[in-house]
Design a protein around this ligand. Structure first.
Ligand code: SAH
Length: 350
């Protein structure tokens, strides 16, 4: 690695992968275990200053301070929902904003993470999809959402699950997402999150599902339609890239570890995909796949082209799939009043 001089932009230690950190440590002529030590300070102790890395000698701290900093994101703006859900709005270095949502549920606390500013895709029912893609997040910008959220909790409180269900399509930014998952899960130098408490959701990048299997996290697929024609209308770009039959075939071929199952998400849109026939077709499509189904009644946003389904339609849809033997849950959407619910990320306030 080329060494920066003091006049150049300092290296952001948080932006370095394990390998790049190891090269920096080697470049400085330090023993290899320093790599772990520095990473532990950043990901386990969440320090923001090199000066606090107390197992490095004063001299070593000064050496590294000459060329590097820990580039954490500025404190987010927090928007609180009446139901205790909190939306965290982060300003990135280039002035763009990205959102994360904290969802308390009894003893559990789930954080919903963003992977892109805006989104690659153009799903018609999703507000983020209407923004277009501004850019991919870098691995450290994904991990920093968790570090900063954890910093803001009361002592003793902790985030218990992570879901990659915020802004963006995680599999369209696979490299950064994989790197981030490494930092979030590594028990030795990373944050040590168990991989079974992490779920990555995709709109359907079929040929990349195998990569998710390698990461060891849970996989959720946003199905959202019961026919190819319907999916084409609701998720045009995704369906053009990978048509529904390919997606289902990839799900069937997925190397699911024992004791795990896939999750299928299905946004219910009034009069579009919420009929009894749709439920029957979903049951056919997923037959034989070890899975559970999460129904998400459409969350409205200003100028949305769809409407919420009726309670009756939701109940009937669920009942049909249950009768066919599926575990089906209705995801009661949290944080709707601050546009913090599924598909509502992308604008500041309601
Ligand atoms: N791009 C990934 C990750 C985002 S997850 C994916 O599509 O899976 C966001 C989830 O919310 C997806 O299941 C999506 O289908 C759903 N969703 C999007 N807009 C919504 C809306 N307005 N109301 C309810 N659910 C929505």
């Amino acid at each position: 690695m080329a060494m920066n001089t003091v006049t150049e932009t300092p290296i952001n230690l948080l932006a370095l992968s394990f390998e790049s950190m190891a090269s920096l440590v080697a470049h400085l002529g330090w023993p290899a275990y320093r790599t772990r030590q520095i990473l532990q300070w950043m990901y386990q102790h969440r320090v923001r200053e090199i000066a606090r890395m107390s197992n490095l000698s004063r001299k070593d701290r000064e050496t590294i301070q000459e060329c590097a900093t820990i580039g954490r994101l500025a404190s987010p703006t927090i928007v609180r929902s009446a139901d205790e859900t909190r939306k965290l709005l982060f300003s990135l270095d280039d002035g763009l904003t990205v959102e994360s949502v904290l969802i308390p549920d009894g003893k559990r606390l789930t954080q919903c993470l963003s992977t892109q500013v805006g989104c690659t895709l153009d799903c018609r029912f999703c507000l983020t999809g209407q923004m277009g893609l501004k850019r991919n997040l870098q691995a450290h910008e994904i991990v920093d959402q968790v570090l900063t959220a954890q910093d803001g909790l009361q002592p003793g409180q902790r985030i218990t699950s992570l879901v990659f269900m915020g802004m963006g399509e995680p599999l369209a930014n696979l490299e950064a997402v994989s790197d981030a998952i490494g930092r979030l899960t590594d028990p030795d130098w990373g944050m040590g999150f168990p991989d079974r408490r992490i779920t990555l959701s995709t709109a359907g990048f079929s040929e990349r599902l195998q990569s998710v299997a390698r990461l060891g996290v849970n996989l959720a697929i946003s199905l959202n339609a019961s026919t190819a024609e319907q999916r084409d209308r609701l998720m045009p770009m995704m369906n053009r890239l990978h048509a529904l039959p390919d997606l289902i075939a990839a799900c069937r071929a997925y190397p699911l570890p024992s004791r795990r199952r896939l999750t299928f998400e299905y946004v219910l849109l009034r009069g579009e995909n919420d009929s009894a026939e749709d439920a029957m077709r979903v049951s056919q499509l997923l037959r034989g796949i070890r899975c559970k189904i999460n129904l998400i009644p459409f969350n409205e946003f200003p100028h949305a082209p769809f409407r919420q389904p009726t309670d009756d339609a939701v109940a009937t849809f669920q009942a049909i799939l249950r009768r066919k033997g599926y575990d089906v849950f209705v995801r009661n959407s949290r944080g709707r009043d601050v546009l913090g619910a599924c598909g509502q990320l992308g604008r500041r306030f309601a």
